[in-house]
Design a binder for this molecule. Structure first.
Ligand SMILES: *Cc1c(COP(=O)(O)O)cnc(C)c1O
Length: 400
């Protein structure tokens, strides 16, 4: 006896904690940019797992790398060396133009790791008095869900009832370099920032802002940590979104697409002068840098090193933005974003959740972020005709 979609949703509702509000669709299969529900209905994936599926579902090269590694060696812990870790770290450092890699699993762990490294650097290298290191972050940020990370969230839903909070963070307005400058003190260890704020609604900061942030960090001997977990790995048309702003960070956090849509793989990458402060026993993770994760990560790096996905994101992204901009005044108030990534601000009086539900009924899956924003982020493998099909459907739903 197979369970119906309604049965399966009821199981989730009963047995799984209610920390998400998913669309009422139950997926069972997927390939490329398409997913299929338990009743055999197909949907175009216009969300791509918040960029975790940049290469689409079950990319053959990624699945092959995973299967090969599953049949060879999956886990050693870090008590021993294995034959994938060094190669993964070398290849990721070379791809990103950095010198060292700290492998972790989830994005939040990468951000936590970057925070720890920045604090240690502040005490050992910059000479900040013990226990006084400060990290400056931007309002409306999203960096993950751990207790420390939500301590500097400005989203009351993410924070309320989860205190007491971790001290040592200053929040300043995103996009305002003067506010950042005013918050810098001799104890500032780092500035942690998203080059484009995804969860906040795909907010692109004003031109020149990130350059100014870089300049302020240089002037005040503070590290710049750029969180590229959602924006990076070809989503915006370049390997790293911060490249559009002509800057380099001291540390980057990577995640989501680094796991190829197969398993969680994250990393902090950066300079030897900063990541080199860590010593044995000071930080770690049982699963971080495991052979399976490294093998899949290496296959992801091979895909990214061709430039094909960056090119697809640039070309298809220009098409997406051109078409979405044509809907401004027809149910759309504003379109933001870069590459194959758009935050669509819905005209007043409409609700983004209702719109996602209508899109689902018509076979296109995407998700609201905030009440008035629809986030469109298809897998970078999507064909131009599938992309057009999704946008046509969106235009129909807006008109209907
Ligand atoms: C998703 C995300 C994270 C957290 O990643 P998880 O794997 O969900 O822990 C951190 N930063 C940004 C910018 C993200 O989009």
């Amino acid at each position: 006896m197979s369970l119906s979609a309604a049965d399966l949703i009821a199981l989730d509702e009963t047995w799984s904690t209610h920390n998400y509000h998913p669309l009422p669709v139950v997926l069972a299969e997927a390939e490329g940019a398409w997913v299929t529900d338990v009743d055999g209905k197909r949907y175009l994936d216009f969300l791509a797992g918040y960029s975790a599926l940049n290469f689409g579902h079950r990319h053959p090269a990624l699945v092959a790398a995973a299967v090969e590694q599953l049949n060879t060696l999956t886990l050693t812990s870090r008590a021993f060396h294995h034959d994938q870790l060094g190669l993964f770290c070398q290849e990721l450092a070379e791809l990103t133009g950095t010198e060292m890699v700290l492998p972790m699993n989830s994005g939040a762990e990468a951000v936590e790791s970057a925070i720890k490294v920045a604090r240690k650097w502040a005490y050992q290298v910059k000479g900040v008095p013990d226990g006084r290191a400060e990290i400056i972050v931007a309002g409306s940020n999203f960096h993950g869900r751990t207790t420390t990370i939500i301590s500097f969230s400005t989203d009351s839903v993410a924070r309320n009832d989860f205190g007491p909070f971790t001290p040592g963070f200053q929040v300043v307005k995103y996009g305002d370099a003067q506010a950042l400058e005013a918050a810098i003190t001799p104890h500032t260890a780092a500035v942690l920032i998203e080059p484009v704020q995804g969860e906040a609604g795909v907010l692109v900061p004003p031109t020149g802002y990130l350059r100014e942030v870089r300049h302020l960090c240089d002037t005040h001997n503070a590290l710049l940590i750029v969180d590229e977990i959602q924006s990076g790995l070809a989503r915006t048309g370049t390997l790293l979104a911060s490249t559009h702003d002509g800057i380099r960070a001291d540390l980057y956090t990577l995640g989501k697409a680094l796991g190829g849509g197969i398993l969680p793989v994250s990393a902090v990458v950066g300079s030897r002068a900063v990541l080199g402060v860590l010593r044995p026993g000071e930080h770690g993770s049982t699963f971080g840098g495991n052979p399976l994760a490294c093998a899949v990560g290496r296959a992801v790096i091979r895909l990214l090193s061709t430039g094909e996905f960056q090119e697809r994101s640039t070309t298809l992204g220009a098409h997406l933005h051109r078409r979405l901009n044509a809907l401004v005044g027809h149910g759309v108030a504003e379109v933001r974003g870069r590459g194959l990534w758009a935050g669509v601000e819905i005209a007043p009086g409409r609700n983004a959740r209702t719109l996602s539900e209508k899109l689902m009924d018509r076979g296109v899956l995407c998700k609201e972020t905030q009440d008035t924003t629809l986030r469109i982020a298809p897998p970078l493998v999507i064909s131009r005709s599938d992309l057009d099909h999704g946008i046509d459907t969106f235009a129909e739903v807006l008109a209907g």
